[in-house]
Design a protein around this ligand. Structure first.
Ligand code: 7RM
Length: 648
């Protein structure tokens, strides 16, 4: 028998079946979708494609699978922007609100489907007037303002692929991404709001495009009102273009496999990968998952996903999924703690949000800030909560359930990646009994198998998460780098996609994500996941957030080092926490050292950067820190590491 891929230490027994009240209005309460997906996944997706998407021309072939390349709905034609806008207006829903936009300083804008269609059409005409043609790439570098969605949809309308770069990225990251994509046009803003202040974007963009020969034109949205230089002939104000443009821009049918967007992921090493997503399959899966995972009732629900449009979550679950389904969404520009730590809860109360989708990093931060913040607000409009981005620790799940959901809302823990395009593993909230911290099961139509090092089936316990069959929203490759595509995703296990994540299956077949396999620690021959030790730490009432890493150790191979953020008003000793971990999951998982810290190094989308913590723990100089949200955090940790605590 192969050596165990990852140990299984934690046992979580709490169960939350869907309530009778939730089931009463839920879209799915039984196993019918799973049965259909198991029977024949291609027919299953074909049915979703015809029910959820409007096609200009039917497809001939559902799926062509030449490993590792899939094509979906070949021969079919459709336009994504038509699906997100025109068809709702044509059906008489033009006055329906698409977005309630909330600016960080407090202003709001209400945008109906008709208004969004007009604006997108005008901007699509503007892009054409700037020379953008079908097949071109357009870069988008904007704050969280409605114009970001307008720009994406305008590109989709005319068949140009967008490449959105998060507004918090540096000019160097922007220029690298523009050059890789060879984008013709850059859409940016003067600046945006963050934590009560205007951060400049146009000056960064100017710096970036000094080294991007492909950029011919720049469009600038006015938002921050900060002074900017406009270069005559090259730079255009967005509002001038819109004022001059016609709102008549018929959506052009695109081939199902037309490139819809590139989205760059930083990966662990080397240059960012331009993940390619196309049209028909992508739209089918994001519409399906947005509808069924969030149990959407487009006539009643107010949906809010707190991600930034610069991340895949923003692409799939702020823009394309919700708009394809004709949903009403909230879009918020700023940070959760401006002007105070209860901003999110005041937004939920103000717009009567019923579906709320956020990340574990945010939830743990809210735990740290204290129960009193959500308690100040009426959150009774909520009926469903979601989580994405990292494993959600069982205690963070319980806190979210109790203090935000007030015990009444199911939580959908959704596992997926930039590469998968849409949600892959998640409960269906009217059908699945939840366990706190488990993403539960693969969705209908998705082929998932846990395997060991030798690619043998794992029935129970730890292993590697693999995907065994193509899915409609899967990446179509890495832009200009087919070899890297093959190596990065299809080489570890023959014939399957390996996501890089470890997970385990419990007695009931529930999936528990255990983090990236590169982070798994090897302590005296035991393969211990960072997630389980972190969850054990977070289960102590004094702990809000924890990150653990394995550092080289002469006796045990690696030793567990833990970095812990305490909840406001709580205190605990190191040895109490070590004993707590031993009691929760076993003595082998007891951290050798625990460092208390006010903050942790995170990527700008909120994922803990364990690689940097390993550098700190092993006393190395820091590697690449350019993707960090706040670089000061690590230098502070290094300072603290110099005063290494003792072991008991
Ligand atoms: C959507 C997104 C992908 C990686 C993925 C995992 C981790 C995401 C969950 C999760 C446990 C989850 N795209 N991840 N969701 N881990 N439970 N529900 O985050 O490309 O930025 O990251 O994120 O490691 O491989 S991403």
């Amino acid at each position: 028998m192969a050596e165990k891929a990852i140990d299984d230490l934690m046992l979580e027994n709490r169960k939350f079946p869907p309530s009778a009240a939730f089931k009463k209005t839920s879209l799915v309460t039984g196993t019918e979708l799973y049965d259909e997906g198991n029977e024949d996944y291609q027919s299953f997706w074909a049915r979703q494609a015809s029910e959820l998407v409007t096609w200009d021309k039917d497809w001939d072939t559902v799926c062509e699978w030449n490993l590792p390349y899939a094509k979906w709905f070949l021969g079919g034609q459709l336009n994504v922007s038509y699906n997100c806008l025109d068809r709702h207006v044509l059906a008489g829903r033009g006055d329906k609100v698409a977005f309630y936009w909330e600016g960080e300083p407090g202003e709001s804008r209400v945008i109906t489907y008709q208004q969004l269609l007009d604006e997108v059409s005008k901007f699509a005409n503007s892009l054409k007037s700037l020379g953008v043609e079908k097949g071109d790439r357009v870069n988008i570098y904007l704050p969280m303002i409605p114009e970001a969605a307008v720009a994406m949809l305008a590109c989709a309308r005319i068949g140009a692929a967008h490449s959105v770069v998060f507004g918090g990225f540096s000019s160097q990251s922007l220029s690298d991404r523009i050059n890789d994509a060879e984008a013709k046009v850059l859409i940016t803003a003067d600046g945006g709001y963050r934590r009560g202040e205007v951060f400049p974007l146009k000056p960064q963009a100017d710096e970036a495009i000094a080294t991007t020969p492909s950029i011919e034109k720049v469009v600038v949205v006015r938002r921050g009102n900060n002074p900017v230089d406009m270069k005559a002939g090259r730079d255009h104000w967005y509002h001038d273009l819109i004022d001059a443009a016609s709102s008549d821009c018929p959506a052009e049918p695109m081939d199902s496999e037309q490139l819809l967007f590139l989205l760059y992921t930083s990966g662990t090493t080397g240059k960012p990968k331009g993940i390619m997503h196309t049209t028909g399959g992508y739209l089918t899966q994001v519409a399906f998952t947005h509808k069924y995972v969030f149990d959407l009732n487009p006539d009643k629900d107010i949906y809010w996903c707190t991600a930034d449009v610069g991340w895949v979550t923003g692409h799939s679950y702020i823009v394309y999924g919700p708009l394809a389904n004709g949903a009403t969404s909230v879009m918020y520009e700023g940070v959760p703690n401006y002007p105070a730590n209860d901003r999110f809860w005041s937004i939920i109360e103000k717009y009567k949000v019923s579906i709320f989708y956020t990340a574990p990093t945010a939830i743990r931060t809210f735990m740290k800030w204290g129960d009193q913040e959500p308690a100040k607000h009426d959150l009774s409009s909520l009926r469903l909560l979601g989580s994405v981005g990292e494993p959600i620790n069982p205690e963070a799940w319980m806190w979210y359930h109790e203090h935000i959901g007030r015990g009444n809302c199911p939580i959908v823990d959704t596992w997926w990646q930039t590469e998968t395009g849409g949600i892959m593993i998640s409960p269906l909230p009217g059908a699945t009994t939840l366990k706190p911290g488990s993403a539960t099961f693969a969705l209908p139509g998705i082929g998932m198998e846990v395997v060991d090092d030798e690619c043998h089936h794992v029935e129970k316990g730890g292993g590697y998460l693999t995907l065994t069959q193509p899915w409609p929203a899967m990446l179509r490759g890495i832009w200009k780098d087919p070899e890297r595509y093959q190596d990065a995703y299809w080489s570890r296990f023959e014939g399957r996609y390996f996501a890089g994540d470890g997970c385990k299956l419990d007695d009931d077949g529930y999936i528990w994500l255990l983090g990236r396999v590169d982070d798994v620690m090897n302590v005296s021959g035991h393969r211990i996941s960072t997630t389980e030790v972190e969850s054990a730490l977070v289960s102590h009432p004094a702990v809000a957030e924890a990150a653990v890493v394995g550092a080289n150790d002469a006796t045990t191979g690696q030793a567990i080092m833990a970095y812990v953020i305490l909840r406001t008003g709580f205190d605990v000793t190191e040895s109490d926490l070590r004993n707590h971990v031993a009691k929760e999951i076993g003595a082998i998982a007891k951290p050798k050292a625990i460092f208390f810290t006010p903050d942790l190094p995170k990527t700008r989308s909120g994922k803990i950067m364990r690689r940097l913590l390993r550098d700190v723990a092993e006393g190395r100089n820091l590697g690449d820190t350019t993707t960090l949200a706040d670089a000061n955090v690590v230098s502070e940790l290094q300072r603290r590491a110099a005063e290494t605590p003792s072991e008991d």
